[in-house]
Design a protein around this ligand. Sequence first.
Ligand SMILES: [Zn+2]
Ligand SMILES: [Zn+2]
Length: 194
Amino acid sequence: MHTTEFELLETLSQPVCPVCTLARREARTYLVGVFEDGINDPAVRDDWRARGGLCARHWREVREFDSVLLPATILLRDLLGSYLDHPSPVWKMPDCPACKREAEAEVRHFKALLGIPEATMLKALEDGPGFLCLRHLVQMPPGTLRNRFESRLISFLPELDELERKQDYRFSKEPLGNEKDSWLRAMRALGGEV
Ligand SMILES: [Zn+2]
Ligand SMILES: [Zn+2]
């Protein structure tokens, strides 16, 4: 079995969309690489300058990295300086290199997911709480597996009802069960890797 297929199956053991999660992880690995030792690579610097840097989401992610201050300072000085040297009359959204990696990884992982034998996927779904976000679910071909993914999302609804019920002061002493993270799962179903 391919590493990607193995990773996808492994990720189904967590309450996340495996395609979104692995794609996001790949973008993060790329960013960690750049801030750890890619900062002095002229090709990286040229690429980032041409693209205008990262999107807000990925800058936010970088901000949380360990020991990022010095490489970020160098790179930001470069990006801002270069922009101010050649200001554009209209502001353009950065063409984020991490988003590009993420989008490429997403396509690759989704294709790999479709290549996994159905029985293996059904078994992984039986054993783990993984699911597909809505964006990836609609791309699934119709059939047993898609139905299984769909019914998993449908199963979130009574859990959300139960979670809501237990927020009521009359029932708030009841211990939380599996429904405790249903709001996070629903958020990921709607928004991807959140
Ligand atoms: Zn997804
Ligand atoms: Zn981005």
